[in-house]
Each structure stands twice: as structure tokens, then as C-alpha cells.
Design a protein around this ligand. Structure first.
Ligand code: CP
Length: 317
């Protein structure tokens, strides 16, 4: 059985097959309205979410399936001490597929070890967010026409920002990408990303604290929120939270076709005056999220693409 716990769980061809399916769904939504009829998705969210939980649920509903789940640990039996292993063994008997978000790194991986159904990691602590990564790849591909030979700037909280970790890992599979990591000293990318992914792929990368200086050189800018919930003390969060604010004035020096991505929610790092700039791609990410998650559910459940006929993604369909 296949799960999506880490962005590298799918091979490059598999990843691109999911993105291609997402694009076919976007172009012909009516063709998919019964694709997951009589299937059920559980969303087990031990940590807050707006986009990920609701878009997984909307994706399953769009496919003709049904959803159930809980939006917080304190309304589940986790509050009574139930383990992840027991929870998944129970919920896996109710549904066909599970999306799980948890504040602890590795919790969805542990769930997958005991699960009778596919598990999707919907964000584990400051570690990975692989379905967000598929959305980011889809959006970059739409905007730039490729996933290789790009100079990508990541800005903000690069220490705790799980979308940054997952996207960096997967982009190192593509040739010729260069990375600029823009953050305060305290929020630099974790060492393991350098040692296990950037260095072995012979990628060029460097770190800076200066967003404005680097903007003209970037092909893609990925902004992130400073992750209040991961800080050990509020004083540090308050000191660092407003380090970067992207404004329309600052964007004057950037390339005319440099998309600005953000996984959202934003809390001030992108000024609202950027929203009308054609380079603002963060609401495209939200829209693409529905189609990508529909494609991901179909792929993990081995559902045939009704448009393409017998399309093999992760399982024989
Ligand atoms: N991008 C994202 O994960 O948003 P939510 O936290 O609202 O799910």
C-alpha cells in the first residue's frame, strides 16, 4: 500500500503524473464528479488548519466521495491518551483514506505503519508538508513552464517552515536549480537539508538576510510566515515576526514574471497591495490545491482517470 508521508515517497514520474492528472481535472471538472463515489476520507487534524483540511474535504466531495474526521486533538480520544497507532487502526476501519496533521514530527509516518488504508501527511510539526509541495510544484510549473534551471528564493522562517523543507527536498531532484535562503540568523534552514539534499545534488545555494538585494536575481520567490506555534518563548517570536514584509514598491526591482508563492496563512509578510500584482500566485496555489488533492486521492486509491481510460499512477486502476 502506498502512502504520502515524505515528498520523496513518489518518484519523479509519479509526482508529475499526479500533477498532470490535477491539470486534467482542472480542465474538465465535470468528468470527475463520481470518480470516488462510495469512498470515504477521514481528516484527522491534531493541529489547526484552514486550507489543508477543508481542501482535502472539498476534494473528496468533488470526487463524489464522503468525509468525516476531527479538527482538533481536544475533540478526539487523543485527549484521553489514545495512541496514534490505535487511532489509525480504528479509523482505518471506517474509511478508505486518511489525511493526518500532527504537531509531532513523524506522527503520520507512525500512523502509516499501523494503517489498513493510505495515509497522507497533511503536515507534521516543522518537518514535512508533502501535499502542499505538490501544489507548489503545480503552481511553479504553471507559471514558469518548468521545474528545473530556476533560481528560487525562500524567505522568512526557514527553520520551522515545513513547506520550505519539503519543496527544497523535491526541487533538488531537478537539474540546475539554485537556491537563495533569506532569513534571520535564528531561522536558517536546518543543517540536514544542506547535508542530505543540497550538497549531494551539487546544487548552488547561499544564505542571506537581505531580501531587497536579492530580489532582481530570483525566478521564483517563496515567502513564509514566522511560525509562532513552534517558538519556545514569545519574546523571540515578537522580535523576529516582522523581519520581512514584501510590498508592491519592493517588487519593482523583481523580474516581471517572478511568481510570489506563499503556503498561507500570511500574517503581514506580504502586504495586501501585492495581491493585485500579476506575480502574486498564492491564491492560485489555493485553487490548485483542490485539483492536486483530488488527483492525490485518486492516485492513492488506484482510481482510473475517467478521461484517459486506464491510466496507471501509483496502483493498477
Ligand atoms: N498551507 C496550509 O497548510 O494552510 P493551513 O495551515 O490553513 O492548512
Amino acid at each position: 500500500m502506498r502512502h504520502l508521508i515524505d515528498p520523496l515517497d513518489f518518484g519523479m514520474q509519479e509526482t508529475e503524473a499526479v500533477l498532470d492528472l490535477a491539470d486534467r481535472i482542472a480542465a474538465n471538472q465535470d468528468a470527475y464528479i463520481d470518480a470516488a463515489k462510495n469512498r470515504k476520507l477521514a481528516t484527522l487534524f491534531y493541529e489547526p488548519s484552514t486550507r489543508t483540511r477543508l481542501s482535502f474535504e472539498a476534494a473528496m466531495l468533488n470526487l463524489g466521495g464522503k468525509t468525516l474526521g476531527f479538527p482538533a486533538a481536544d475533540v478526539s480520544s487523543a485527549s484521553k491518551g489514545e495512541t496514534i497507532a490505535d487511532t489509525i487502526r480504528v479509523v482505518g476501519r471506517y474509511v478508505d483514506i486518511v489525511a493526518m496533521r500532527h504537531p509531532k514530527e513523524g506522527a503520520p509516518l507512525r500512523a502509516s505503519m499501523f494503517s489498513p488504508v493510505p495515509v497522507i501527511n497533511a503536515g507534521d510539526g516543522g518537518h514535512n508538508h508533502p501535499s502542499q509541495t505538490l501544489i507548489d510544484l503545480d503552481t511553479i510549473r504553471q507559471r514558469k513552464g518548468r521545474l528545473h534551471h530556476l533560481t528560487i528564493g525562500f524567505c522568512g522562517d526557514l527553520k520551522f517552515g515545513r513547506p520550505v523543507h519539503s519543496l527544497t527536498k523535491i526541487l533538488t531532484r531537478y537539474e540546475g536549480n539554485k537556491y537563495v535562503f533569506i532569513s534571520p540568523e535564528e531561522l536558517k534552514i536546518p543543517k540536514y537539508l544542506e547535508e542530505d539534499f543540497l550538497a549531494p545534488s551539487h546544487a548552488e545555494w547561499y544564505e542571506t538576510q537581505d531580501l531587497e538585494d536579492i530580489l532582481p536575481k530570483l525566478d521564483v520567490l517563496y515567502m513564509t510566515r514566522v511560525q509562532k506555534e513552534r517558538f519556545f518563548n514569545e519574546e523571540d517570536y515578537i522580535r523576529l515576526k516582522d523581519t520581512y514584509t514584501l510590498t508592491e514598491d519592493k517588487l519593482e526591482s523583481a523580474k516581471h514574471d517572478m511568481p510570489v508563492l506563499h503556503p498561507l496563512p500570511r500574517v503581514g509578510e506580504i502586504s495586501m497591495d501585492v495581491d493585485d500584482d500579476p506575480r502574486a500566485a498564492y491564491f492560485d496555489q489555493v485553487q490548485n490545491g483542490i485539483f492536486v488533492r483530488m488527483a492525490l486521492i485518486m492516485a492513492l486509491l488506484g482510481i482510473c482517470d475517467p478521461v484517459m481510460g486506464k491510466e496507471v499512477l501509483l496502483h493498477e486502476c
